[in-house]
Ligand binder design. Sequence first.
Ligand code: FES
Length: 235
Amino acid sequence: MAKEKRNIKILRYNPKTDKKPHWKSYNLELDSELTILDVLNEIHWKIDGSLAYRRSCRSAICGSCAMKINGQNLLACETPMHKFKGTIKIEPLPGFPILKDLVVDMDGFFKKIERVKPYLILDKPTPIKEFIQTPEEFDNIREAATCILCGACTSSCPSLWANEDYLGPAALLKSYRFIFDTRDDGSVDRIDIVNDKNGIWRCHTIFNCMEACPKNIKITEYLSKLKVKVLENTI
Ligand code: FES
């Protein structure tokens, strides 16, 4: 693999020793085929073991390595270094409190996911074997169900920057996934939750969430369908 010299700038922050986040620069000779996660590993393993960041699957599945790279919310493990020219600037996901370096506090994010009851609610007895849907029924939720809860969409949403109590695109997408699931009986409850003053009506169709989603989920489109569903069921 060809080597190239790259300047990597990382926004560092240790709440125990730093008053505020600051940029730290690393000059490295790196294989051009590395991903951004590989670059962080190089720095962590060979230069500065105190660098904090999250990662697990390395396969764009677990959602833990979302961060802001040269101004875009991306998954570090699926972003090749050669996507960028010159200096690469790496920051934690915006809009979330920083715990340390690139690690942000996702508690509020997951509490919002919990609020929309992200599981099937059944009035009928649970089937003993498979709980079957037709392929056509599943098509309604297929894409929404691929969300990996990385937080990239929610972190990029200006409506959330303006009001941290807003449920945000990931939680609303999760509610869509269950409200449009033909097996679910919990829609009345969920529609009530998303029809709240901090719910679906704070989505102003800005499309940042769709641009940020590493799974290319058409989030804004689904949230628009959710608005129609809420209206149909409340007026
Ligand atoms: Fe799991 Fe990147 S490490 S999505």
